[in-house]
Design a protein. Structure first.
Lengths: 297, 305, 429
């Protein structure tokens, strides 16, 4: 079990790809499939296109021609005003901080739990798993009032810490469940041989499990980041001061009791998702450098 | 596979792993267990959220049992399971296999990566904004109907959001749009575990794509399939945001779901006790379904061993 | 492998340090409260209220140059969902804008979370600037029901529901502004005959409730309104039956489109702004948008045939119980009620409650103020049909949707409205 085997896996895949292509090129049909998938992707992205074309319209243009028409104007003033008024930059930073922390702590909690359950095979792990599953099942609205009162009691009301703790736990419940399933299927021989070599539980986790689990951990981190980024209800209740609020709350300020500014919403939203898109794309690369468990022959 | 009571060789006893459970346990108790108990307690009271709660026994539950809207909500929750769990799971599975096994080898991993990002993007969009955008598409003066009119399919230019029956269908469509990306990404990350040599060997033996799909992809992704299946089912039973922004539970109560009803009573009517009761029952249903699911899963994994 | 491990560890440590540092910073001490005036509101930054209130803050700053003003822009969602929780948390501003009505101001007033402003109101003469009917929404009794009791909040603008119309389209079709309900129907018939849907309407959210409200208010008097809003008597279905029947007739005759249930308020506004429909029935909150977007001559007329329309005073300035600077809060309210600030408010497009009519120069503002004053003078402030009990808005909305999509008859509509109202009525008496 060494680095050599891992890096060995990569070239093997690349050459496998080439040899497959050489032998089994089916010509036209692959383009058909690709075209189908591209059409599917375009349809999936269509709402984003709508958002984009309306983000740049002037209010008069939208009023006169509607949301479906192509823009006949280029007007970013509403967006700029919105950015300054709600101090969007600050909200972006808060969202980034909160989501980043939750991604980190959530993955950590999930990993520790799953390690104990899947590899450690602790007694009572079925119960532990069910408990965390329970954590996923509880509807958020049911938690709002209790968590509000608890946060108030410990003096964490209106702090980013409260939101980070809450979501690290809630996302961690999901992560525990996902990682337990994967770690239960983890090849025992590797762990056993490491123990024979004298490795401690921590060393096994850090040097063996984590590297092999990297694609899954990356997926988890991405999910947690994005899910936390868009969370609305609990942050709305727990974060009062403006310098603590996040992007999804800021987007809510566009929506008054009776009116909403759809074009500004669309524009603001596009701005709001850029960090998450970047985060996703960055971690996609890690996913692509996947490590195959099957490299152990 | 190792039996459940085995201790790893080399003296790393199972007991020592308990340490790793501590951080999660603390968090769980503070954020899930205690609030859950508080919520259950609240369900037996009449409470507006700030004043002192007043104990009223099972009154909330009796009222709930007789509340027609609640039963409709349960029905719609089951419809959500189809739209947010079953369909996206199937689509995600096929899509993942195609992107991984077919596109990746013929057009390069870049192409498959880009397509995956495209299908995943709906998960990134804030739901409030997705609601506005889908409103623009689905409302009677929106894109979809304009398109149908343009290509002459006038009979399809319907009131997709405003008609009670169609509203549920449209909502389910949006749910599929939202969830496919999640299933896709989980499955593709799981496939990164799979040794491509397996696929090569199968292709050399003459197995077509679908055969490879059934005999390699699906069995190898068993853990992910169970996870996606269970988590999407739970998410479907808990669904709130798409309903809230798209239809507001309407028209009438045509798309009301349990979370929406609970939210309504928690924050609009300020009948927190009643809302707590709704959440409790919702939780019960979810737990029941979850346990069923788990049983099937454990039996399947045991059989495989 | 070793090198990348070290790098990874370094990266992790660095990231952890950044996060920890940022968290530490974010929790850092806030400025001492002694010389800080904290104020919150949630009208959007481009709104007329925000314009006037920002000017009021300037006036306040001039009077107290050494006071640090901490303004926070809130959102409607936050006040609606977490307002009571915020006031209950102890972490409160010195003054804030709050929603009027039993479910909001009434609720927190009855929980003891607000400062009683009756004394200040008398001292500073606010109770002279506002008529008794305008003060109705400032008073809440110990059950949290409006109309009587101490003064808990001060409004400084008004709002009402009216019919906006496209003057160009009216002129092009040779039509006059209707003054009776029958004339109104004739005007709508004329548009239908030309293939134009006369009323831009939406039943996907609140506008349909306002339509229902206007129709229902055409059948009642002020005493009925007081009884209805105060939960004094069991539900009287007659006006609502009329409203339901009229709404069905409107749809059958093509006054509103068959697919209104699929449209929301922004869609409705857009239909009016794009001149697809010559009229829209909605409230003063849309004036700002219409001024910006309408590229045609437009005006407003009160719902023909009604003495009473949906109208009320606007959101309230409230002073939390734990406000650290109640004197400054009162002073700020005074500034917003001053003739100068009220004139700014009026000219910016909102309906002021205490402005000098001569100081209002903007023609649109004059038009809107005239509408509100007409209602006020004939005792025609009818409030809103969803106010009697919390959550009633959803009942009205969903029932209207079911009515217009054919799932409920007008009689069933009335029954759907009756039960929640009677439940609340019994509970309050």
């Amino acid at each position: 079990m060494s680095a050599g085997e891992f890096s060995g896996a990569l070239p093997a895949r690349a050459s496998a790809g080439r040899s497959r292509e050489a032998s089994f090129d089916t010509g036209v049909s692959r383009y058909f499939v690709l075209a189908l998938l591209i059409v599917g992707a375009v349809l999936t992205l269509f709402p984003f296109v709508l958002a984009a074309i309306n983000a740049i319209k002037s209010p008069q243009d939208y009023g006169a021609n509607g949301p479906v028409a192509l823009p006949r104007s280029f007007d970013l003033t509403a967006l700029v005003t919105f950015w300054n008024e709600v101090r969007f930059g600050e909200k972006l930073w808060n969202s980034f901080l909160i989501s980043g922390c939750v991604a980190f702590f959530g993955v950590t909690i999930s990993l520790f739990n799953a390690y104990a359950i899947g590899i450690g095979r602790v007694r009572g792990r079925g119960l532990v798993l069910i408990a965390y599953l329970f954590g996923i099942m509880v509807p958020q609205e049911a938690l709002v009032y209790p968590i509000y009162y608890l946060a108030k009691t410990v003096g964490l009301y209106d702090t980013k810490t409260s939101v980070i703790v809450v979501f690290s736990v809630l996302q961690g419940a999901f992560g525990t469940y996902l990682l337990s399933a994967v770690l239960t299927a983890f090849p025992r021989e590797i762990v056993d041989s490491a123990h024979i070599d004298g490795a401690s539980r921590w060393q096994v986790l850090w040097h063996i499990v984590i590297p092999m689990l990297r694609p899954t951990l990356s997926v988890l981190a991405v999910f947690f980041f994005i899910w936390t980024w868009n969370e609305f209800l609990l942050p709305l209740v727990l974060l009062i001061s403006n310098d603590n609020q996040n992007v999804s709350i800021a987007l809510g300020s566009l929506h008054g009791q009776y009116t909403s500014a759809p074009t500004t919403s669309a524009a603001a939203a596009l701005l709001g998702i850029i960090p998450t898109v970047i985060f996703f794309l960055v971690f996609q690369r890690t996913l692509m450098r996947g490590v195959t468990v099957g490299a152990i022959k | 596979m190792a039996s459940s009571s085995e201790r790893s060789a080399g003296g790393a006893s199972a007991a020592g792993y308990y340490v790793y459970l501590i951080p999660g346990a603390i968090g769980f108790i503070a954020i899930v267990l205690v609030p859950f108990v508080m919520n259950t307690a609240a369900s037996f009271t009449r409470w507006n959220g700030i004043a002192r709660p007043r104990f009223i026994g099972f009154e909330n539950y009796i009222r709930l049992f007789n509340d027609g809207t609640f039963w409709e909500a349960i029905e719609h929750a089951l419809a959500s399971v189809i739209a947010m769990s079953i369909i996206p799971l199937l689509i995600g599975l096929v899509l993942a296999a195609v992107l991984f096994d077919y596109i990746s080898s013929r057009f390069g991993p870049r192409a498959s990566s880009i397509l995956r990002a495209a299908y995943y993007l709906p998960q990134i969009l804030p739901v409030a904004v997705a609601g506005i955008l889908w409103g623009w598409i689905l409302n009677p003066i929106g894109v979809l109907d304009a398109l149908f009119d343009m290509i002459g399919l006038h009979w399809l230019a319907l009131n997709w959001i405003g008609d009670p029956t169609l509203a549920l269908v449209s909502l389910m469509g949006v749910m599929v749009w939202l969830q496919v990306g999640y299933a896709l990404v989980v499955f593709m990350s799981g496939l990164a575990r799979v040794d491509p040599a397996l696929y090569e060997a199968a292709e050399i033996d003459g197995a077509g794509w679908f055969t490879r799909f059934l005999n390699i992809t699906v069995p190898m992704l068993k853990p992910e399939i169970f996870v996606v299946g269970l988590t999407t089912t739970i998410a479907a039973l808990k669904v709130f945001a798409p309903v809230f922004v798209l239809t507001g539970g309407g028209p009438g109560t045509a798309t009301t779901v349990p979370s929406y009803l609970a939210y309504y009573h928690f924050f609009t009517t300020n009948r927190v006790g009643y809302g707590a009761a709704i959440s409790s029952i919702q939780l019960l249903v979810t737990v029941a379904l979850g346990l069923l699911f788990l049983r099937v899963q454990t039996r399947q994994t045991e059989e495989a061993q | 492998m070793i090198a990348s491990q070290v790098n990874r560890r370094r990266a992790l440590a660095l990231t952890a340090a950044v996060f920890a540092g940022a968290l530490g910073l974010s929790g850092a001490a806030r400025a001492a409260d002694d010389n800080v005036f904290k104020i919150w509101w949630y009208e959007t930054p481009e709104s007329s209220q925000a314009t006037a209130w920002n000017k009021a803050l300037d006036t306040f700053k001039a009077k107290h140059p050494d006071v640090k003003i901490e303004f926070e822009q809130k959102s409607w969602d936050q006040i609606e969902k977490a307002g009571a929780l915020m006031l209950n948390s102890g972490d409160v501003p010195d003054i804030l804008e709050y929603n009027k009505g039993n479910a909001f101001a009434g609720l927190v007033a009855s929980q003891g979370l607000l400062t009683d402003l009756t004394g200040e109101a008398t001292k500073r003469g606010w109770d002279k600037l506002l008529s008794p009917s305008e003060l109705a929404l400032s008073r809440y009794d110990d059950r949290g029901i409006f109309g009587s009791g101490p003064i808990w909040g001060i409004p400084n603008y008004g709002e009402f529901v009216t019919v906006y119309y496209n003057k160009d389209m009216f002129a092009a079709n040779g039509l006059q502004v209707p003054t009776t309900y029958d004339e109104f129907k004739k005007v709508m018939d004329a548009f239908v005959a030309k293939g134009i849907t006369p009323i831009a309407e939406a039943a996907g959210d609140y506008p349909v409730v306002h339509l229902m409200g206007e129709l229902e208010l055409s059948q009642v008097n002020q005493q009925w309104v007081q009884d209805y809003q105060g939960l004094k008597k069991p539900f009287d279905g007659k006006p609502f039956l009329y409203a339901a029947q009229q709404m069905k007739e409107w749809m059958d005759k093509g006054y509103i489109t068959k697919d209104v249930t699929g449209l929301k308020a922004p869609d409705m506004a857009q239909l009016f702004e794009s001149q697809k429909s010559p009229m829209v029935i909605t409230g003063t909150w849309y004036v700002g948008e219409f001024v910006k977007k309408n590229q045609f001559k437009w005006g407003q007329f009160l719902f023909p045939g009604n003495t009473i329309s949906q109208a009320s005073t606007g959101n309230l300035w409230v002073v939390p119980k734990d406000s650290k600077h109640k004197d400054w809060a009162a002073e700020f309210i005074d500034i917003t009620m001053s003739k100068d600030n009220q004139a700014i408010l009026g000219n910016a497009g909102a309906v002021p409650v205490a402005a000098d009519p001569a100081a209002i120069t903007d023609p649109v503002a004059q038009m809107m103020i005239q509408g509100f004053n007409t209602l006020k003078d004939r005792d025609g402030l009818g409030f809103y049909p969803d106010w009697p009990t919390a959550g009633y808005y959803e009942v009205l909305l969903h029932s209207s949707q079911s009515l217009l999509s054919g799932q409920m008859t007008p009689d069933q509509f009335v029954e759907a409205l009756r039960k929640p109202y009677d439940d609340a009525q019994a509970g309050a008496n």
